[in-house]
Design a protein around this ligand. Structure first.
Ligand SMILES: O=C(O)CCC(=O)C(=O)O
Ligand SMILES: [Fe+2]
Length: 299
């Protein structure tokens, strides 16, 4: 389906896990190697359940319309981007909190070596339909891309994400998943613009970035943009179309796995940050892959 150049191997690996606190397993090194090589781990039997009284939140009317997602900040335990009365918003906050706890628990259970290193970021609930929501090509997540945040330099720190499709009408969330990171780095690296001397200090002084943009952040942002801008690449890049079924979960390093969202509605998502030093095999990180190609340190 939709594949231009077929992968010899799919980028999707299916795991049989059916509970949020799976027993620690002998499989740990194998699934860590798959995840860290950029595969999407698909858990078709792991459902994030909503109670019957929580199903009312499966409706776009809870969005404040200013932000496309409703987000949960684990530090303050509060939600943003939602609209409703206090009692409803408290129920919605608890729902996001429960997803946050399940998703972070799942990651530390599956990858115990990460536990001491993780910096847990926001969770989100995405109640809007995917179709036609992009305001510009740069923000258009229906184009293949790797995640990179313009205002928050991360100096190589990883972006790990857990997704759960909670659609009540069996509507899948359809992604395209692209080529492995080393392939796309090879393809685009020579075309990326140089980082001007002094630009990182300037962006930081102007508060456009929250801290100094490293050479790594510069390359990742331009890689994100170069992929999205290139319509020919979007069509002809090696890719597979993946319908993530309602009632399933999936996990990937979204700074490494080339992905695009094509359709769907009602998704929960948890972001976790992991320093490269916390990985099982740091050599597979975008930082190390880019450093090898550039033959210098980037962060
Ligand atoms: O909403 C989705 O399914 C994924 C969108 C995306 O590209 C992301 O969250 O990084
Ligand atoms: Fe993304």
């Amino acid at each position: 389906m939709g594949a231009i150049k077929k992968f010899r191997m799919s980028q999707i690996e299916t795991l049989a896990i059916d509970g949020w606190l799976p027993p620690r397993e002998s499989e740990e090194p194998r699934i860590a190697a798959m995840l860290e090589s950029g595969k999407v781990l698909l858990l078709p039997n792991l459902r994030f359940e909503l109670r019957s009284d929580e199903r009312r939140f499966l409706d776009p009317r809870w969005s404040d319309r200013k932000s496309k997602n409703i987000s949960y900040d684990p530090a303050s335990k509060t939600i943003k981007g939602a609209f409703g009365n206090d009692a409803d918003l408290e129920d919605l906050r608890r729902l996001l909190e429960r997803f946050h706890l399940r998703a972070t628990g799942l990651i530390t259970q599956l990858f115990p070596a990460y536990a001491a290193h993780l910096r847990i970021a926001a969770a989100s609930f995405r109640p809007m339909p995917v179709a036609g929501r992009a305001s510009s090509w740069r923000k258009d997540d229906s184009r293949l891309h790797i995640d990179a945040f313009p205002s928050r330099p991360n100096r190589g720190e990883r972006i790990l994400r857990v997704f759960a499709n909670v659609n009540p009408n069996d509507v899948p969330r359809v992604w395209r998943v692209g080529e492995p990171f080393p392939d796309l780095a090879q393809r685009f690296l020579k075309k990326l613009p140089r980082q001007w001397p002094g630009s990182a200090a300037l962006l930081s002084a102007l508060k456009i970035t929250k801290s100094r943009r490293s050479a790594y952040d510069h390359l990742m942002l331009h890689l994100h943009d170069a992929m999205k801008f290139d319509l020919d690449y979007q069509k002809t890049a090696p890719q597979e179309t993946v319908p993530f079924a309602a009632g399933s979960c999936w996990i990937c390093f979204s700074d490494q796995t080339s992905h695009a969202v094509m359709s769907g509605q009602y998704l929960f998502e948890q972001t976790l940050h992991l320093p490269v030093a916390g990985m099982y095999n740091a050599d597979s990180s975008p930082l190390r892959v880019l450093e090898k190609l550039r033959k210098r340190r980037l962060a």
